[in-house]
Design a protein around this ligand. Structure first.
Ligand SMILES: [Zn+2]
Length: 105
């Protein structure tokens, strides 16, 4: 059994259910493809998150070395925060992508 998103209210429901338990919307019996679509949407949103984290990481590096000299004071703080959040966020998102891919649809 997989969880799919209700096409009407967007709440989580079973792919086996013939109607949504929240808004009673009938699913058209094509729940397999709905589950696949929701899986793909989750994958692409994870990819977006990893892209954002990577961008943050690179921004941190760029801010740090902007002007060819190591940052000091406020600039170093901003660069450090971007760097750390980007790096940690990227790692977390990569793990979530791997876990997500293991789930069968
Ligand atoms: Zn619903």
């Amino acid at each position: 059994m997989a969880l799919i998103e209700c096409p009407v209210c967007r709440k989580r429901m079973s792919s086996k259910a013939s109607s949504c338990p929240y808004c009673q919307a009938k699913t058209d019996g094509d729940n397999g493809s709905l589950a696949r679509i929701s899986h793909i949407q989750k994958s692409s949103s994870l990819m977006n998150q990893s892209f954002v984290a990577m961008t943050l990481f690179i921004a941190g590096v760029v801010i740090w070395f902007w002007g060819g000299e190591p940052a000091e004071g406020l600039r170093a703080n901003i660069a450090g925060v971007c760097f750390v959040f980007g790096f940690v966020g990227y790692l977390i998102t990569r793990v979530r992508i791997v876990l997500h891919k293991r789930k069968s649809v």
